[in-house]
Design a protein around this ligand. Structure first.
Ligand SMILES: Cc1cc2nc3c(=O)[nH]c(=O)nc-3n(C[C@H](O)[C@H](O)[C@H](O)COP(=O)(O)OP(=O)(O)OC[C@H]3O[C@@H](n4cnc5c(N)ncnc54)[C@H](O)[C@@H]3O)c2cc1C
Length: 460
């Protein structure tokens, strides 16, 4: 299957088709996350032209984002330039840009006023934060999904300590040193543990007016337990481990409001200097681009071969797809799911090109669930096996180092972790982006940090 002539002329005009592509099928992959990148890699030696589009120039290892947000690692240690990752893949070109739509009848992907024609389309655009209809909370309670999110949260956290050091009003100081994490899934648990350790260990000796060890870290979960997708005994262990780190765990309590001064839980106001959102995700708008129905999480329903019903040439994978397992249950939004789906799609496309029209349906091979709580504490659930404590923590650490891309990053992260383990130090405590087009209110105050209200008196 090659490019249709109308597509070829259109795309040539727009300068978006790879050299030598005419005559070879064109696979467009949107999203170079776990799913999209694996699909692209799987097509490395196939007789196709691949265009990999992403709005970021890097592939991101999201499972370690919380470490960037809590100053344990630097961004470049968990992200890699996409171009570098497919440098040796001669049939693949990378486009940096935001996809805004898909025209299925014309077989084109749109990027604003640009169009990229396709023969096969793989949508792997992931998910984003969901505020359950309260989008206004996003400004005050950022979620964790990108490098910018992580460095933004790191900035808020570190500025809160700096402001508290200068604050004379004890009430305001207490507010600045109160950190609320909303959502008790793996990201919330990991953030809470890491922030407690940051405050009680890494920052403990660095301030003169405040004592960071008195920082109040609250993890608020609306459901009855933390880590709801893990077995119950592991949830209880995680709760105990967090409490032993000094984290206050509030279960069965839902946030009903959120502003610059803190959060509301029905009538109760909880003043907080930093609020972090780890409570919900929604799929990318792929369903809207395709003009199909989405489930309640915004995911596109796909068939057993991960194609859109009625469109064999459009695949949707990863967090943005609703894929059911053998029991009819949705597969979770996890990296191994996205990677296995990406690899599967590459095989299906290759089989189709070889004239095989009946690929076996996709089957997910369970890889287990892991979450870390803090130093020497993690939980693992895998095929009936339940592990907790220091052994689970070591396995968690080794697995995450193993899955990082490039030997360089594995060595750097392993060294950083070893160093932090021995010294309790957090090397990446940089406050960045303070002076880059900050959003300011009418008094000239920044709205994206925990600085409001600014200290009213001179520093002590
Ligand atoms: C903080 C955090 C921690 C996590 N921890 C774990 C964990 O410990 N273990 C685990 O298995 N999973 C974890 N996950 C989930 C895992 O990261 C996701 O399931 C996985 O990334 C999904 O892969 P994907 O390819 O569908 O999407 P992603 O990896 O999110 O990739 C989507 C890509 O699409 C690009 N994109 C999006 N929209 C557009 C557009 N309009 N135009 C162009 N490009 C676009 C994005 O820039 C991104 O590169 C975590 C997720 C987060 C956020």
């Amino acid at each position: 299957m090659g490019l249709r002539s109308d597509q070829a002329s259109d795309s040539t005009r727009l300068g978006l088709v790879s050299r030598g592509s005419v005559g070879r099928p064109h696979v467009v992959i949107v999203g170079a996350g776990f799913g999209g990148l694996t699909a692209a890699k799987g097509l490395a030696k196939a007789a196709v032209e691949v265009t990999l589009i992403d709005r970021e120039n890097h592939h991101l290892f999201q499972p370690l984002l919380y470490q960037v947000a809590t100053a344990g690692l630097s961004p470049a240690e968990i992200a890699w330039p996409i171009r570098g990752l497919v440098r040796r893949q001669r049939n693949t070109r990378v486009l940096l840009g935001e996809v805004t739509g898909v025209e299925r009848e014309r077989h084109v992907v749109t990027m604003g006023d640009r169009e990229v024609p396709y023969d096969f389309l793989v949508l792997a655009t992931g998910a984003t934060h969901a505020y359950f209809g309260n989008d206004g909370w996003a400004e005050h309670a950022p979620g964790l999904k990108s490098i910018d999110d992580a460095t933004g949260i790191r900035r808020r956290l570190l500025i809160a300590f700096e402001r508290a050091e200068m604050e004379n009003d004890p009430g305001e100081r207490e507010r600045l040193l109160t950190i609320v994490i909303v959502g008790g899934g793996p990201t919330g648990v990991e953030m809470a543990g890491a922030i407690a350790e940051l405050a009680r260990r890494a920052l403990a000796a660095d301030f003169r007016t405040i004592d960071p060890r008195h920082t109040r870290v609250l993890l608020i979960e609306a459901g009855p337990r933390l880590l709801p997708t893990f077995p119950e005994d592991l949830s209880r262990y995680a709760e105990r481990a967090l409490r032993s780190l000094g984290v206050e765990v509030w279960l069965g309590r839902a946030i009903t409001g959120c502003d610059a001064a803190g959060v509301m839980l029905r009538e109760e106001r909880l003043p907080a200097g930093t609020v972090i959102w780890a409570a919900g995700v929604a799929a990318s708008p792929a369903a809207a681009w395709l003009g199909v129905e989405a489930d309640c999480a915004g995911r596109v329903k796909v068939g057993a071969r991960l194609t859109l019903p009625g469109s064999d040439d459009v695949f949707v994978i990863g967090d943005t797809a609703l894929v059911l397992d053998a029991n009819g249950e949705p597969l979770p939004g996890l990296a191994p799911v996205a990677k296995q789906e990406g690899a599967y799609v590459a095989e299906v496309i290759k089989a189709r090109l070889a004239g095989k029209t009946h690929a076996p349906p996709f089957r997910y091979r369970e890889r287990g669930k892991l979450a870390t709580i803090g130093r020497r504490a993690a939980v693992i659930a895998f095929a009936g096996l339940r592990l907790k404590g220091w052994l689970a923590w070591w396995i968690w650490g080794i697995a995450h180092i193993y899955f990082l891309i490039s030997l360089r990053n594995r060595l750097i992260v392993a060294t950083q972790w070893l160093w932090s383990y021995v010294t309790f130090e957090r090397g990446a405590r940089l406050i960045t982006g303070m002076h880059l087009n900050p959003k300011r209110d009418r008094h000239g105050r920044r709205s994206d940090d925990s600085a409001r209200p600014l200290p009213r008196r001179r520093a002590a």
